[in-house]
Structure formats: C-alpha cells, structure tokens
Ligand binder design. Structure first.
Ligand code: CP
Length: 303
C-alpha cells in the first residue's frame, strides 16, 4: 500500500492488516515505526474528527505535525497544489493528509507530484473517505465480530456521501448484506454493480438490521432547488429509539460518521442513550486506525 486514496485501490489484505495493526495500537502492544517523520494536514474543507484524529494519531506515533493553514498559504497567490506539495516535500514533509471539496483532486495531484511523498485522502468531495470506512469497519468488528452476511443499512444522503461510497466499497469486499435507504433523489446510482438493495421506506430498510449507519443530509453539496425541507426529511427518515426498537435486531449498532444534525436524521434522545455511544467510539477508534494507516505508509519508506 503506497498511498490511501480510496478503498477500491487497496486489497482486502491491506484492509485486514490495517485493522489488525489498529487493534495492536489500541491495546498498547505495538510501538511506532515512524517517529520523527513529518506529517502535513492540508484541510481545504472544515473538519473536526478527521483532522484532530490524524493529528493525535501522528502525535502518538512521535511524528512532527504541520497544520498547514490553507486559507493563509501561498495558494492565494496562485501557487498550484502540486507545487505546494513538492515544496513541502523539500521542507522535509513525508506525508500529507488532504481534505478538499473537489472529487478526485487528490488522485490528480498525486499523479503530478514527482517526489516520493505519501498521500492520504482525508475526504474529497463526494468521492471517497477511506480512513472513515476503515474506522467504521474496525468499530463494526469490535461490536459484532464480523460483517459477513450481516444486514448493514446506510440511511440518508447516499448520493452526496463520500463516507457511504467508501463504506459500500469496503463492506462489499467483506461480504456484508448492504441496504441503502434514501429518497430517490438522494440514492446511490451504482447500486446494481455492488448487489445492493435500495429502499425508500425506512421501516422496510431497518427491518432486522444489525447495523444502522445514519448519514447527514449534505445541504452544502445540493444544487439550489428541488430538495425538501429538513422537517419533511425528518418526518420520513429520522432514526429514533422507537423505530430501532420495533424493527431492528435487538442488539443493533447505531453508527454515524459525524457531524450529526440532531433531530433531523437522528433523534437527540437516541444519540444520548446507550445505543448512541457507539458513535463516540467510532471517533475514538479513528485515532488507532489512523495510527495504523500512517505507520503502514511510512515505515521503512526511506522518505
Ligand atoms: N466524519 C468526518 O469526516 O467528520 P469531520 O468532517 O468532522 O472530519
């Protein structure tokens, strides 16, 4: 594994190696192999969990961390992303985590950069968020042991969600029974290729579910017109305690990549009860999974 751009580009073996390494880091059984290497966090879009957990992961590994300030960088003077990254490489940066609103931009710039700096996609547009899918998978394994033949339901704005796309790619590699639930205009266009069942009705979707992963409605990525009010979305798709109790499996796991909009896609009461705690555990696992990603990419790389 040279870089982490999307789940499609890495093997099942790569995924399992990262999961096992993350487990060792969490249990305190593994020491860093990348201390003193330098990581730059280049976030052109807002973030809480991804940015902070990559920073904490790097700190726990003994790395030097640069919080690249995109708004005050020389990009505003016309410098390209390629030139910026090549300059960072010559300053001693070994790896970059990039978040950007443009789908595919990280892959693009990676192909242009001539020097052996490592690239990690921290979320690009509606394309991919591979470290999120890996930490989601890690959390599912911790909670239910395996995803094989388990009913995993992703509810919400699937069409604009890079988290959903990376989860679909990963969970289908691992043999999960994937169901998506969204209004037709927010559905995933490529469902047939992945053998996924799509629903409009949330009760049908959640029926017997082992995992319910809720997504935020990404208003900032919608075209201007044609989307319903939040109140209409809430009426039809909000996940609450009663819905899970009646329809889902008794030991259902509730997940959300964050940030959650309380009382729109998920009820505030559900977020604050025992079932909702898994969402915080996802964020916590993100630190160990990102340690595993950085250690895997940078150990013995000579950069
Ligand atoms: N899940 C996720 O990507 O959260 P942030 O936008 O806060 O990083």
């Amino acid at each position: 594994m040279e870089h982490l751009i999307d789940i499609e580009s890495i093997s099942k073996e790569d995924i399992l190696n990262i999961i096992n390494l993350a487990k060792e880091f969490k249990q305190g059984k593994k020491n860093s192999e990348v201390a003193k290497k330098t990581l730059a966090l280049m976030f052109y879009e807002n973030s809480t969990r991804t940015r902070c957990s990559f920073e904490i992961a790097g700190q726990k590994l003994g790395m030097n961390i640069i919080n690249f300030d995109a708004a005050h960088s020389s990009l505003s003077k016309g410098e390209s992303l390629k030139d910026t990254i090549e300059n960072l490489y010559f300053l001693g940066v070994n790896a970059v985590v990039i978040r950007h609103s443009l789908s595919g931009i990280i892959n693009n710039v990676m192909r242009q950069v001539k020097y052996p700096i490592k690239f990690v996609n921290g979320g690009d547009g509606t394309h991919a968020h591979p470290s999120q899918a890996l930490l989601d998978y890690y959390t599912m394994l911790e909670k239910i042991g395996t995803v094989e033949n388990k009913k995993i339901v992703i509810v919400g704005d699937v069409s604009h969600s890079r988290v959903a796309k990376s989860n679909i790619a990963l969970l289908s590699k691992m043999g999960a029974n994937i169901h998506l639930c969204a209004p037709t205009y927010l559905q995933f266009e490529n469902a047939e290729a992945f053998n996924i069942t799509c629903h409009n009705d949330v009760k049908q979707a959640v029926d017997g579910a082992n995992v319910v992963m809720v997504l935020r409605v990404q208003n900032e990525r919608h075209e201007k017109e044609g989307y319903p009010e939040s109140s209409e979305y809430k009426r039809l798709y909000e996940i609450d305690t009663q819905l899970l109790k009646i329809y889902a499996a008794n030991d259902v796991i509730l997940m959300h990549p964050g940030p959650a909009n309380r009382n729109i896609e998920v009820s505030s009461e559900l977020l604050d009860n025992r079932v909702g705690k898994t969402i915080l555990e996802q964020a916590q696992n993100g630190v160990y999974v990102r340690m595993a990603i950085l250690n895997t990419l940078l150990k013995g790389s000579g950069v």
